[in-house]
Structures are given as structure tokens and as C-alpha cells.
Design a protein. Structure first.
Length: 491
């Protein structure tokens, strides 16, 4: 990787600092500035396999960055399912408490707020600029104990696009390298020369590489803005046979639109099997990349999801050129945030959502999520129902807005009254008394409102269960007493 020499870089950074075109109101962060905090969070995660329970409380340590107005920036992963948050200021014995103010699960950041309005006294706010200095050298500011702040050197390599840890939306990240050991728990990254904030370290691996959330994305989040989402997925078009099938010439570019999220930016604009040729006048190659004038090759998602370009399309119409039915077509798309309603099977992180369950006749029904599947350990793909695994891999996104959740029988609690069905496990529920089931809420309503003397469950593989209606509550009461379950449902 080619780096600018230090004198040249200093001149460039100094001129940009004077003009304000890069840093805006961002100020350097010195070692003596009281801006880096220690955060201790007590969390208690839900149990996705036994959703009426919670796991043993855990302690998570993280770095906090003071951003002004009594607020602290912290990785979102540190505060999922928190029960208490304690914060230590530099050179202070007193421990302060805080509460969650806002969180973005795709970006992976959260903002806390001190409970004590005077807690931020003597702290210096860190402000994030609209630009990053790439490639370059940086410093990781780590608070290792209450009094000492350490700095470690890193190389900031390049900008790229990827989903943050288990998010739904692709967002830009900076790739870094370092010969030193880093934690990757929210440490502040500053430019080594001007000490201007460059981002927050959220991942560091044993191969000495890590990922940083860039400053301009953090600024967008702190300002209270949402992130745009393109609303479709694409496939590369790299083999000549496929390109010939869609009528593309040998020198044509473009990727294939393979999936469209209902209710999203792309819904009603793009069509399945459109070939996306250009976005905002940038030509898209067959692998889904374009040439950025500063950052080089970037994934096409950058043009939709990024918020930093001077002519950023967020909040405006974005121009597209596609090849549809073997003819070029020009389109315009209004960018808007991800519609959560388009997600059929939640995947990635839990997004701070506890698992729902409904118990009927001592039988536990749940809505399928990847969190339930991964709860089965490191070898979860070999341990769970192959039907559930297939749905999770290929049907996470709704095909249409009317498509419901995947409701399944997760387990049968062993009672004498449901003995005939003890072998049932991880079966998809198809219908109840002839009514197709698309959510736990609907299932609960169907059971309550049914005037039939019997409740007839049918699974997707044809397996059937039949109970007298009055048996359901009787068996539930027995299950709650025997297995220490507080409620028939948790929603």
C-alpha cells in the first residue's frame, strides 16, 4: 500500500484544517483531554431456546467517548439487554450511572446519557469530521485503567463496504492494520499527525487487521439521522452465457437484480432480473464495483448507503440506468431507510429484541429467528432442523408485503396430557383449525376466538395434533407449575 510521506501529509492536513472543508468543527484530541471513559455494563441476555428464561448476568467492559451534552458514544453490542451501566471518568473515584438514549443495530453504535446532569463536568467533547485521511497512520486511544491513557499505532489502509456485525444494511468501514494488540471495543482512532478523530474501532482480529467505523458515518448517527438503504440485492454477471441470455454485449457492464425488499426504495422502481448498469453516472462492473475518484474500487452499495459524498443522494432522487427486457431504461429512485417490515426471519444480532413465545397445551411455539438457531452452539448448522436452516438461509426477506413470520413448534414440555406428541420438535406450523398461521399474535387470537370444541394443529410436513379446547389451559397450568414458567406468553 502506498503511503504519503509525513511532511507532505502534514501540509495537506494543515491546509484542510485551515479551510475547514474536511474537519468542519472537529478539533484535535490530545492525550491530556478528558474524553475517553471506561464503561462497565451488566447485561442479562434472554434464552432463545427457553424464551421464558434469562441467562446468568454478565459484565461487559467497553470504551466510551464523550460527545457533549452529557452523552457518551459506545458500541451497541456492549449495551444489548443491559440492566445497569457504570461509567468512570479519568482521575475520578466516583462512579456515574447512565441510560441508553439511542441505538443503531446496523451501524453498531449507541449513545448513552449520564443520569447525573453534572457528570460531564471537566470532560471534553469529541467531534467527528466529515472526512477521513486515507491511506494514513493513526493512533488508537485506549483507557486501560482509571488513570492511564495509552496510544497504539495503526495503519489506515482503505475504505470498503460490508455489513457491520450481523446488520441488515451495508455501510462503509475503514480497514486498519497494527502490530500491537488491540481490543476492538469502541476505542477512538485519531490521525497521527493532526490528531483529528477518524473513527471508532469495533473489531480487531488475531491476523493484526481490524475494522473502524469512519468518522463521517459516526457524525451522521450523532446528528440523529437515519441511514439510506438501496432495498435490493444483486448477483454478479461474470459468465458470458448468462450475459448473452440477458442480451448484454461483450463490453457491457452491470449486475443482476436478484431480490427486492417490499416497501423499500427499490420496490416499484426496479424489477427482478433488471441488469443495473449505472448509478449516479458511475458505471457498475460485472462484479458490482465502481471506480471512486478517491477511494478506488468500491461496492455499488456505497452509492446508495453512503452519506458522505458532496452530492450524496440521501434524501434526494438517485439516477439509475438498467437493461430491462434487452433494452436500456433510465430510472430515478427515492432513497429511504430499511423497512423493518420487509424482514421475515430476523438474522444477525438480536437488535435488542427478546424472543416471543406462546405456550399451548404445554407446547412452545416461537417465531423463527437466526438467534434461535445460533443458540444451539458453534455447530448449530449441524444441530438444527434442516427445514428451518433452509428457510433462514433463503427466505429471510419477504417475497411480498403480505407474507408473514415463520411460526414453528420449538419443543413439547413432557406432560402426561400431551404424551402422544413428545417426539415433536422444530416443526413449522402450517394451520390451526384450517386457518393458515403467519404470526404468534394471530395464533393466539385464533385459539381464543375459536368456538370449536377441538383445536387442530397441522404442521408443514403433515404431522397433526388435536386437543380439546379446555385441555389447553389445563395443560398450560400444569406446565407452568412443573417447569417454573411464569406466563403462557410474553407478548
Amino acid at each position: 500500500m502506498l503511503f504519503l510521506n509525513q511532511p507532505c501529509r502534514f501540509t495537506i492536513v494543515f491546509l484542510l484544517f485551515l479551510t475547514g472543508s474536511v474537519t468542519g468543527k472537529s478539533n484535535p484530541v490530545a492525550m491530556t483531554d478528558a474524553a475517553i471513559l471506561q464503561v462497565k455494563v451488566t447485561v442479562q441476555y434472554p434464552h432463545f431456546i427457553q424464551p421464558w428464561r434469562f441467562k446468568t448476568p454478565e459484565i461487559r467492559q467497553s470504551t466510551g467517548i464523550y460527545i457533549g451534552d452529557n452523552r457518551i458514544l459506545i458500541p451497541a453490542q456492549a449495551v444489548y439487554f443491559y440492566t445497569s451501566i457504570e461509567i468512570k471518568k479519568p482521575d475520578a473515584l466516583k462512579v456515574f450511572t447512565a441510560e441508553l438514549e439511542r441505538l443503531d443495530p446496523d451501524l453498531g453504535l449507541a449513545i448513552l446519557k449520564f443520569n447525573d446532569p453534572n457528570a460531564s463536568k471537566d470532560l471534553k467533547a469529541v467531534t467527528f469530521p466529515n472526512e477521513v485521511f486515507l491511506p494514513g497512520t493513526g493512533l488508537v486511544m485506549e483507557s486501560k485503567d482509571q488513570r492511564n491513557l495509552e496510544e497504539k499505532k495503526i495503519r489506515m489502509i482503505r475504505l470498503d463496504m460490508d455489513s457491520y456485525s450481523s446488520g441488515y444494511v451495508e455501510l462503509p468501514y475503514m480497514e486498519i492494520q497494527s502490530e500491537e494488540k488491540l481490543d476492538g471495543v469502541g476505542e477512538l482512532i485519531v490521525d497521527a499527525t493532526a490528531r483529528i478523530p477518524q473513527g471508532v474501532l469495533y473489531q480487531f482480529k488475531e491476523n493484526n487487521s481490524g475494522r473502524v467505523i469512519p468518522a463521517f458515518t459516526i457524525k451522521h448517527f450523532i446528528d440523529g439521522k437515519t441511514f439510506p438503504f438501496k432495498g435490493f440485492r444483486f448477483k454478479p454477471l461474470i459468465d458470458s452465457s448468462t450475459r448473452n441470455y440477458y442480451g448484454l454485449r461483450k463490453d457491457d457492464l452491470g449486475v443482476l437484480v436478484a431480490e427486492i425488499y417490499p416497501g423499500s426504495s427499490a420496490d416499484g422502481v426496479l424489477q427482478l432480473e433488471d441488469v443495473l448498469l449505472e448509478v449516479s453516472n458511475f458505471k457498475i462492473d460485472p462484479k458490482g464495483y465502481f471506480d471512486h475518484p478517491k477511494f478506488g474500487k468500491l461496492n455499488v452499495s456505497y452509492l446508495f448507503h453512503n452519506t458522505n459524498e458532496p452530492d450524496s443522494s440521501f434524501g434526494k432522487k438517485i439516477k439509475l440506468k438498467v437493461f430491462r427486457n434487452k433494452k436500456p431504461v433510465s430510472l430515478e429512485m427515492d432513497l429511504k431507510p430499511l423497512p423493518e417490515s420487509a424482514i421475515r426471519i430476523p438474522y444477525g444480532n438480536s437488535r435488542f429484541q427478546t424472543p416471543k413465545y406462546l405456550m399451548l397445551a404445554g407446547i412452545i411455539f416461537q417465531e423463527l429467528s437466526e438467534q434461535y438457531l445460533t443458540e444451539h452452539g458453534n455447530q448449530w448448522r449441524n444441530r438444527v432442523s434442516k427445514e428451518l436452516l433452509y428457510l433462514n438461509d433463503f427466505y429471510r426477506i419477504k417475497r411480498n408485503s403480505n407474507e408473514g413470520k415463520v411460526v414453528f413448534l420449538s419443543q413439547v414440555l413432557p406432560l402426561s396430557g400431551n404424551k402422544a406428541y413428545h417426539t415433536a420438535h422444530q416443526m413449522i406450523l402450517k394451520s390451526v383449525n384450517g386457518t393458515p398461521v403467519q404470526s404468534l399474535d394471530q395464533l393466539q387470537t385464533v385459539i381464543k376466538e375459536s368456538g370449536a370444541p377441538y383445536i387442530h394443529f397441522v404442521m408443514s410436513d403433515g404431522f397433526e395434533m388435536i386437543f380439546k379446547k379446555e385441555e389447553i389451559q389445563t395443560l398450560n397450568s400444569e406446565a407452568k407449575k412443573s417447569f417454573q414458567i411464569q406466563k403462557d406468553s410474553n407478548f
